[in-house]
Design a protein around this ligand. Structure first.
Ligand code: ZN
Length: 335
């Protein structure tokens, strides 16, 4: 893209829905948010279309000045047709053709991208991944989502467009049960929700443990934040669990490094919120899982956009859509 195009981004989350109006150079012109708990799509879709119109007008622009829109939304979805199938946390959203609806309502071209891919695109265009040809973004939140940029393209895969589901690589045969139904997934060892469930299981009936005390005796309050506090306090159970999480992170990231030889692995939520206490032990274990050359060529860094990443996700998906439309083969046509 040569000129600074205006883009609209829709970030459809399980608890919040956001709209961002921004530019291809990463300037956010305006943003808007609403809670998205127990909402009905037949009410939400007209509302977000109207809000988008209002935001564009407020900038003294017409909708025809907006080059494209991008929707960042969770799987499971029919990403090709832009249909949200059964998003987690939104029981009333079933088979919602959000891409078609917004295309008709806004009368501009648009695209649908899963949320982890959109976040990877956001870091690639506007965050810590700028200038990379090969990078991987891992969400490191309640679950572990992934987005892969390889040889300067987003990797989507084939029929299911499900490439990048790094959290569901099996790291332990017959291992811990994952929310996806498989056993031994990476997410089952290092995802925030899975770690919290594991601590609740292992510490039930142990009110004297530091983690239970830090949670005020309420198992529901046992989470990664409590675990981090217990690690910093030197609690032996917390330290052992922390070490195992680091080992599993290194196993998964080392596999990705050998597979894709990325310049950067960019880590979301937990990594930037916790800092070196989280990333240093991963680096310590990495030599067990990947070769020296690609390891030394890869930086493991926290998200550059941090909390702002959702504001950029849909906009980055829109920008990538325009770039792919301009260069559909992904190859330099002069070669
Ligand atoms: Zn899984």
């Amino acid at each position: 893209m040569q000129k600074d195009s205006v883009l609209l981004g829709f970030d459809v989350g399980g608890t919040k829905l956001g709209i961002g109006l921004g530019t291809s150079s990463g300037r956010i012109l305006s943003g808007w948010r609403m809670p998205n708990v127990n909402t009905r799509p037949e009410e939400v879709l007209p509302r977000i279309a109207a809000e988008a119109e209002r935001m564009v007008k407020e900038q003294k622009l017409e909708m025809s000045d907006v080059a494209a829109f991008g929707i960042s939304a969770p799987f499971p979805a029919d990403a090709r047709r832009g249909i949200m199938l059964e998003p987690p946390n939104n029981p009333l959203w079933r088979n919602v053709p959000i891409l078609e609806y917004l295309s008709d309502a806004l009368r501009i071209p648009g695209t649908f991208e899963n949320d982890a891919n959109s976040a990877a695109l956001a870091e690639w265009y506007f965050g810590a991944g700028r200038g990379c040809e090969n990078m991987i973004y891992l969400t490191m939140s309640t679950g572990i989502g992934g987005g892969i940029i390889s040889s300067g393209r987003l990797v989507r895969g084939g029929a299911a467009l499900s490439a990048g589901e790094v959290g569901h690589i099996c790291v332990q045969v017959g291992g811990r049960k994952c929310s996806c139904g498989q056993e031994g997934c990476y997410e089952a060892y290092a995802g925030g929700r899975a770690v919290a469930l594991r601590m609740r299981e292992e510490l039930s009936g142990k009110p004297e443990s530091l983690i239970m005390r830090l949670a005020g005796g309420d198992p529901e309050k046992v989470d990664m934040i409590v675990l981090e506090k217990a690690v910093r306090a030197g609690d032996p159970y917390a330290l052992a669990l922390w070490d195992e999480i680091a080992l599993r992170n290194a196993q998964a990231m080392g596999t990705l490094i050998n597979l894709l030889n990325p310049e950067k692995i960019i880590l979301g939520t937990m990594a930037w919120a916790i800092g070196e206490l989280y990333t240093d032990p991963i680096r310590k274990y990495l030599p067990r899982f990947c070769w020296k050359e690609p390891r030394e060529a890869c930086d493991i860094v926290g998200s550059g956009l941090r909390r702002e990443i959702s504001s950029f996700a849909g906009i980055a998906a829109a920008l990538n859509y325009l770039n792919e439309r301009e260069n559909p083969s992904g190859r330099d046509e002069n070669v």
